[in-house]
Design a protein around this ligand. Structure first.
Ligand SMILES: CCCCCCCCCCCCCCCCCC(=O)N[C@@H](Cc1ccccc1)C(=O)O
Ligand code: ZN
Ligand code: ZN
Length: 453
């Protein structure tokens, strides 16, 4: 998408804009006061509700009821953090060398705090939005979102709300993910992979370990999961957001990659193989198979009656739950291994990233203004799952983007160790949301878009 396209506000709208410049005092307060947002909680046109005991829903009523509302989404829960391996304790929130360390600093307390902080800063400058918006802060995203996001979504549906678009976590400004691409680019995820949690179970007759049978439940199951791990699902690289992104990025690469990416009609097989070389880009071209749990055995000298394993599949947008299960059964090819699907859902619909897509264009406009050094804003597919999938009933326009730079090392720190965000990056995220909310007051309305997969 060229930088020249985008949204244009009227002259009067431009004049009314509050510049996103903060005093030194405000910048210090932004960092220090990571606690309360008094103005947010005491503004007459903002309603705060607690949903499902712990999730938060803010309804910010705009002055123009004819404008369709949007939603900003984040989650307050985090995954556990091992005590070992961190440079500072993971729940201390300590600052070191300009970075705030801690579990959730990138996933997703940064967004929780930056959204509320940006709104607070706008309100104390007497900002009144034209377009209404919701802020939904889920409390159980890391364990499925059923008691948080799903309840908020049901409540808003009951109230007859339809959203123009929604913005959640799920992608970043990516820096250093391709070895020969020196410049960072913004990836806005317009879809996310599907998932299956599959339990494999083998039941055998227990007995004394001194006279073992030729095969045990553990041996049979281990062989089955090993076959799954050793047999990757097919490479599905071809179309969709990934192809669009690579084509948009083509000219950012040096020769000969630029030629290759500009001619995917010819070089598609080569590119699909190159993508497999790295475990992150590999996850974009196929359904991934991750062995995540394995349980068996009750005592050192008992042949175990049951062995169980859990396989976590992340489904490529070009496949379905049923197709992946069929492939998995064919790979295991052993009737003694029982399949139990614990939970499963297909890849999410693809939201529009065209010139008429309000949410996407507002993100692009704000990225270009806050990160002028970023040349490319490209659509992508989120490899993980987010709370946003619970809002399909409210909108067809779901975008996943965090206005933060991410390097491969930072990616490993999410759910890993030494998760951290620089104070400067956090300030920039606040600035981004401060601008985004104002940009949301544009008159441009989205056109209906049919989902495609
Ligand atoms: C053109 C290609 C460029 C290279 C691509 C690089 C990709 C790096 C993108 C990094 C963004 C990853 C953000 C992932 C957010 C996922 C959030 C998450 O962890 N969600 C959980 C939710 C969940 C779901 C079901 C049960 C429990 C939890 C997850 O496991 O997916
Ligand atoms: Zn998250
Ligand atoms: Zn997470």
């Amino acid at each position: 998408v060229s930088r020249s396209k985008g949204l244009r506000g009227t002259e009067s709208q431009k004049e009314l804009r509050i510049p996103s410049q903060f005093s030194q005092e405000q910048r210090i307060a932004m960092k220090e006061a990571l606690k309360v947002f008094p103005t947010v909680f005491h503004t007459s046109f903002i309603r705060h509700e607690v949903i499902g005991n712990y999730s938060h829903l803010f309804t910010v009523k705009g002055s123009d009821p004819s404008m369709q509302p949007y939603m900003l989404l984040a989650h307050i829960d985090v995954v556990p953090a091992p005590d070992r391996g961190w440079d500072v304790p993971p729940f201390s929130g300590l600052e070191r060398d300009g970075f705030i360390y801690g579990r959730g600093t990138l996933d997703n307390k940064n967004s929780v705090m930056a959204i509320l902080q940006a709104l607070e800063l706008l309100l104390i400058r007497s900002y009144i939005p034209r377009r209404s918006f919701f802020i939904a802060l889920g409390h159980d995203e890391e364990v499925s979102g059923i008691n948080g996001a799903q309840k908020i979504s049901a409540l808003l549906q009951a109230r007859g709300v339809q959203l123009a678009f929604l913005v959640d976590e799920g992608s970043f400004i990516l820096d250093g993910f391709f070895p020969n691409l020196k410049k960072p680019f913004a990836m806005v995820s317009v879809s996310e992979k599907g998932a299956i949690n599959l339990m494999l179970q083998v039941n055998m007759t227990p007995g004394h370990s001194s006279a073992p049978p030729k095969e045990t439940s553990i041996g049979i199951l281990a062989a089955a999961v090993s076959r799954l791990e050793q047999t990757p699902m097919p490479n599905m690289f071809g179309g969709g957001p990934l192809r669009t992104a690579l084509e948009q990025l083509a000219d950012e690469f040096p020769f000969p990659t630029n030629i290759i990416l500009n001619n995917l009609w010819l070089f598609r097989p080569l590119v699909s193989r190159l993508m497999e070389r790295n475990y992150i880009t590999n996850s974009l071209v196929r359904t991934t198979t991750a062995l995540t749990m394995f349980n068996a055995g009750v005592k050192v000298n008992v042949i175990p009656p049951v062995a169980e394993a859990i396989i976590n599949f992340r489904i490529h947008p070009a496949q379905t739950v049923q197709e992946v299960l069929k492939l998995a059964k064919d790979i295991v090819a052993d009737d003694r291994v029982q399949f139990h699907v614990l939970d499963a859902f297909d890849p999410l619909p693809v939201s529009s990233s065209d010139d008429q897509a309000l949410g996407y264009q507002l993100l692009r406009q704000t990225i270009q203004s806050v990160f002028p050094e970023v040349n490319i804003v490209a659509p992508g597919t989120c490899i993980g799952n987010t709370d946003s999938r619970h809002y399909l009933n409210l909108t067809t326009s779901i975008y996943r983007f965090n206005p933060v730079y991410l390097q491969p090392q930072g990616f490993s720190s999410i759910h890993g160790i030494n998760e951290k965000i620089s104070v400067q990056a956090y300030e920039t995220q606040v600035k981004f949301i401060f601008e985004f909310i104002q940009n949301g007051d544009t008159d441009m309305e989205p056109v209906p878009h049919l989902h495609e997969l």
